[in-house]
Each structure stands twice: as structure tokens, then as C-alpha cells.
Design a protein around this ligand. Structure first.
Ligand SMILES: [Zn+2]
Length: 250
């Protein structure tokens, strides 16, 4: 169910029928010299398109949140960074809006690692308000599975670049891009450290990316996401079944 194109009559019907919403969350950010700046929006958007055919009758697909937080790559051209505090509160307000509209299950389909810490806090706050959430950080949660197809993943690495190529061959290139390893663990942090960790705004072996690997990744990852959505519904059942969101002033 695509919220963006729904009218109010259709939305009210959806509210009666379902209580799960999926919100894609992305970023506009430097992705090496070779990958679209909107990579972290394009990939979740493609997941949504594929999920629509599998769970679309039970999940409201919400419009995406396009801009996120990127401390690490903020100094690169093309990165439009929103502070962690502003981003966190913005996402929280949006989620509360869905909760008061009856959506007690919220899936945050995140395309960007810099958002993770903020989303952790958002989901803790939502859980305290009795809103169930599933956060999908696909590049972390399914990394072992990803490496069976793309052995050297990373930021605009083999996995992300392949996923972008599978959407449109014109949205990325691989010729002469090569690979980059992150030279330091991310737990070392210092001013403009992103320039040290990601000298060319990417990591992993982007040169090995192909659209074919991207298609294989989409097929595998979409199934893994469906499995996690079903686990969210199992948790709901174990807690006594369907609820109708929260009354925010109670
Ligand atoms: Zn990315």
C-alpha cells in the first residue's frame, strides 16, 4: 500500500485493516567518486518496490525520509548533513505521527550507517510508548549473507555499488575505482576523521561490483527482510495480538 498516492478514504480503510508501517530512511551523501549521491535513498526505495509484492497487503509503505546524519563524511562535497539531534527528533516526531494514526508496528528501513545511533535512541523512546519497532540496517544485519555474494562490502563498496547498478547502470561506474580498506577501527575519533577513514569517500572493493551481483543481493536481502517483518508480527502475537497504536496524550 503506497501512502504517497493514497487519498483520505483509502487511508482510513488501511487504518482499519492494518497496523504496520514501513518508513524508508536514507541520506544524501558522497559515495566515493563513482556511486550516486542518493545511493542510501535509492536502495531502500528498491527494497520497498520488491517488498510491496510480498507484504504490501499488510504494510503501509510510507514516503521516505531523504536526509540523515553523517558525521564521518560531512566534510565531503555532496554530503548534506543534518545534526544527530535534529535528525533524531525529526524521525521520532514522524514515528509518533504514525503511532497516533493507529500504527503500533513501525519498520525503519535504514539505508545509511550514520543514522544508526540516532535510530537506536528513537526506537528506545518508541518502545517506552508501547510502539513496537523493527530497524533494518541491511548492510550490518545481513553482512555475513551479503559476503557470500559480494565478499568485500563497505560504504559504496562491492555490495552498495552492485545494488545501485542493479537499479540503473547509469547510477554508478566501476572502471578505475578499485578498492579501499578502512585504515583504523571506527572507535578512534578525531576532527575530520572521516577523511582518514574514507580518503575517497568509500570502502570495500567497489571495482568488483556488478549489476548481476546486485540483483542476487536484492533477491536474498528482500527475503531476509520479509523474515524479520514476520518476526515482528510474531512478537506482536506473543504480546496478545493487534493493538491500535497509542494515544499520545494518555
Ligand atoms: Zn551508502
Amino acid at each position: 500500500m503506497d501512502m504517497m498516492t493514497m487519498n483520505l478514504t483509502e487511508f482510513k480503510k488501511a487504518q482499519q485493516a492494518i497496523n504496520t508501517v514501513l518508513i524508508p530512511i536514507g541520506m544524501i551523501e558522497a559515495h566515493g567518486p563513482h556511486c550516486a549521491l542518493g545511493t542510501d535513498v535509492l536502495i531502500p526505495r528498491e527494497f520497498v518496490r520488491r517488498l510491496e509484492g510480498k507484504v504490501g497487503d499488510k504494510v503501509l509503505m510510507a514516503p521516505e525520509i531523504t536526509y540523515g546524519h553523517s558525521w564521518g563524511l560531512a566534510s565531503f562535497e555532496g554530503t548534506i548533513d543534518v545534526s544527530a539531534d535534529a535528525f533524531l527528533n525529526y524521525v521520532l516526531e514522524i514515528c509518533k505521527g504514525f503511532a497516533v494514526n493507529g500504527f503500533a508496528n513501525i519498520i525503519l528501513l535504514n539505508g545509511h550507517g550514520g543514522n544508526n545511533a540516532s535510530l537506536d535512541i528513537v526506537t528506545e523512546k518508541l518502545a517506552d510508548l508501547s510502539v513496537r519497532t523493527l530497524t533494518v540496517n541491511w548492510f550490518i544485519d545481513y553482512r555475513d549473507d551479503i559476503q557470500t555474494i559480494a565478499p568485500d562490502p563497505g560504504h559504496a563498496g562491492e555490495d552498495e555499488t552492485s545494488l545501485v547498478l542493479a537499479i540503473n547502470e547509469n547510477y554508478a561506474y566501476t572502471e578505475g575505482v578499485g578498492s579501499h580498506e578502512i585504515p583504523l577501527p571506527k572507535r578512534f575519533r578525531f576532527k575530520d576523521g572521516g577523511r582518514t577513514l574514507y580518503p575517497e569517500a568509500f570502502s570495500g572493493n567497489a571495482g568488483a561490483a556488478t549489476s548481476k551481483k546486485g540483483e542476487q543481493l536484492y533477491e536474498m536481502l528482500t527475503e531476509l527482510i520479509v523474515g524479520d517483518i514476520e518476526r515482528l508480527w510474531e512478537i506482536e502475537q506473543s504480546q496478545g495480538g493487534r493493538e491500535n497504536g497509542i494515544a499520545m496524550d494518555s
